[in-house]
Write a protein that binds this ligand. Sequence first.
Ligand SMILES: [Zn+2]
Length: 292
Amino acid sequence: MGLFESVQLELFEFLGIPKNANNKKANKGSTFKNPQNQGPPSHWNYEIDRKAYKRGLSFRVLNNGILKILAPKSLSEDEIFSEVLRHTDWVEVQIKKSKDVKARFPQKKWRSGEKLPVFGKDKTLNIQMTATKKPQVVFLDNEIDFFVPYDWQKLNQKTQEEKMAKAFKKAFKEKFSYELSKQVDYWSKMMGLYPKDLKFKDTKTQWGSCTSMGTVCLNWKIGVFDKEISDYVIVHELSHLKHQNHSRQFWSLVEEYTPNRKAIMKKLNHQGYKVDFLSKKSELYVSNPVLT
Ligand SMILES: [Zn+2]
């Protein structure tokens, strides 16, 4: 095993499209004809990515509702849509699915009264202005106070949003890393398994990992979920300090400390997008939280 080889949480089809599942492949190498020169329906948002090396046409609907088309350089838009429109029903189903996901995870807004999850508890965002030059975020029992410098009002909306998002994510990362460190310490004592190092990462595809050298990495955004979920992710990774695999022995160790791990994994799968508002780039929306 290499130095940095890691055992990953195989767990979940995480954010994004399950491998290949949504990928509609058109006939490779066929000639594309579009006699009516029909364009896509007006409610479709689409992006065409042309690649020189691409032979066939493939497309999928991302969770933000955009129809992403990969096409060879030589194909015209008419030719592309002559093929894509043959799969209109399929595309409509995918667009509907993306709307359903968005309905379950509405876009967060930078405004007082917005609810934001902290260890499974929704806290109310409370934005206030401050004379200090630096923003400050304070986590209270039921609220999150966000002090925004007066100076920021002079900035244009886009810059304001960027600055707020940056300050906010930094504060969340600090808060979650602190709390999760304490949780890791608790479980290390319970299980008698101590990582050599503990790191917090902003990964897109993993909730946690454990290297063969004994470093445990956690996706700090798991702090949005109920503690039951972060407990499970931590127990899972600490168990890898003993078993670098997903053998029966591994799972029985996990279940010793989280007997209902299957239900928790299911819950995590279902709630995965809850972390979307803290991601570098939103998977569900064209932009991250917006200022209103
Ligand atoms: Zn694992």
